[in-house]
Design a protein around this ligand. Structure first.
Ligand SMILES: C[S@@+](CC[C@H](N)C(=O)[O-])C[C@H]1O[C@@H](n2cnc3c(N)ncnc32)[C@H](O)[C@@H]1O
Length: 371
């Protein structure tokens, strides 16, 4: 039975949609688990927090939380999930930046940049970018930044635009060469859009409902590092979803959002040192294991850790073998396993990949207790 009588309803989840992210899990998963088992004030950790779904669920339930991710895009979105501001404060901040900003010090050039944004839109985006890179310390600026990240690329509607870009995917960034060919062959030139109107309609949508202000911390960092999370009280829950073995394109797939956060104006294909290494299943399992060990050191003895894990069915690297291996000598024992229904898994994957994966994605929720 739930101990959280006054939990904020799950219908208050507009803010959770502020910006899509790769392989995010549905909010109902951490929300239902925490509502069923937790109480107000219990600390929650997600060491692979992505866009902060677990942290947002904890917020709705009045539980303080901590999240870490080594991808700056994930961290910028997750921070916004825990911030508080009124829609008009976000819009006023955007207007002030654009009214007072000087010419940007740098505007990227080349075919891609000429075709992805209208030149006036690109100038405004560069002004917002440079100001927010310089200072993004207030809750209002954190929310403005996440709203811009969510609007940076997406489809061009027939009616009022809700993205700044020429026709693009919304979850992952357009691949420059492919996108240029596509726009040229379809005669698609970018329209000038009203940057403030797009920000306003998004701020009204995502910030329409008041949310509890709950203690929380999101950090950009590497969860394999032993002293991660050392400054927080012992947590009662870990709810997380590590990268699936072989899915290693989190950074290149988000390159345009990374650019907005201060990254280069081109795709960097090399793997970041701060992401788990996918060189072999055994190495990957050992890397995940170091994170579970850190979680054991940062949780209370009665803590529960729920890991959603899966992958493409492949005998050479069966996901549950990798996960079992990662739990050996980690301070955790697996108590039970539950298959995520195909309908839930499929809907999630379809939203992200926009096409049917060739092989089925199998996912499990693995429940672990401290040794
Ligand atoms: C499956 S996603 C998590 C998605 C998240 N559950 C959500 O709903 O958005 C896995 C995340 O692990 C992050 N990651 C990979 N290696 C990491 C590391 N060493 N430390 C922290 N985060 C890491 C990736 O950047 C990615 O955001």
């Amino acid at each position: 039975m739930s101990l959280l009588i006054n939990a904020t309803p799950l219908s208050f989840t507009n803010l959770n949609k502020v910006c899509p992210y790769f392989t995010m899990f549905p909010i109902s998963f951490p929300f239902e688990e925490l509502r069923e088992r937790g109480k107000i004030g219990d600390w929650v950790i997600d060491p692979f927090c992505g866009r902060g779904t677990t942290n947002f669920a904890a917020r709705l339930l009045g539980m303080p939380s901590m999240g870490m991710d080594s991808n700056p895009v994930a961290v910028a979105i997750a921070k916004a999930k825990l911030a508080c501001a009124e829609p008009n404060q976000v819009v006023e901040l955007a207007k002030t930046i654009l009214d007072t900003a000087k010419e940007p010090t740098f505007i990227p050039t080349g075919d891609f940049w000429e075709l992805v944004y209208h030149k006036n839109t690109l100038t405004r985006l560069c002004q917002l970018r440079e100001t927010l890179i310089n200072d993004c310390s207030s809750s209002t600026s954190v929310l403005l930044r996440a709203i811009i990240l969510g609007a940076l690329h997406g489809p061009r509607p027939k009616g009022t635009p809700s993205y700044f870009s020429n026709q693009s995917p919304r979850t992952y960034a357009p691949k420059p060469n492919y996108a240029v060919k596509y726009w040229m062959s379809h005669g698609m030139r970018p329209n000038e859009v009203d940057v403030i109107s797009i920000i306003k309609s998004r701020a009204d949508r995502y910030l329409s409902k008041p949310l509890p202000d709950v203690k929380s911390k999101i950090e950009l960092g590497d969860s394999r590092v032993a002293d991660s999370f050392r400054d927080m009280p012992k947590a009662r829950f870990v709810i997380t979803s590590p990268p699936y073995f072989g899915m290693k394109t989190y950074l290149p797939d988000q390159w345009l959002r990374l650019w907005f956060l201060g990254g280069p104006d081109y795709v960097e294909y090399r793997q970041s040192e701060k992401q788990l290494k996918h060189s072999s299943a055994a190495i990957f399992a050992a890397e995940m294991g170091s994170v579970w060990k850190n979680m054991a050191a940062r949780t209370s003895q009665e803590a529960l850790m729920i890991i959603r894990y899966g992958g493409i069915h492949d005998r050479a690297a069966e996901p549950m073998d990798i996960l079992n291996q990662s739990l050996v000598d980690s301070g955790w024992r697996m108590e039970s396993l539950r298959k995520v229904p195909d309908s839930v898994s499929w809907r999630r994957q379809a939203q992200q990949f926009l096409r049917k994966p060739r092989k089925a994605i199998k996912e499990f929720d693995v429940f672990c207790y401290r040794d």
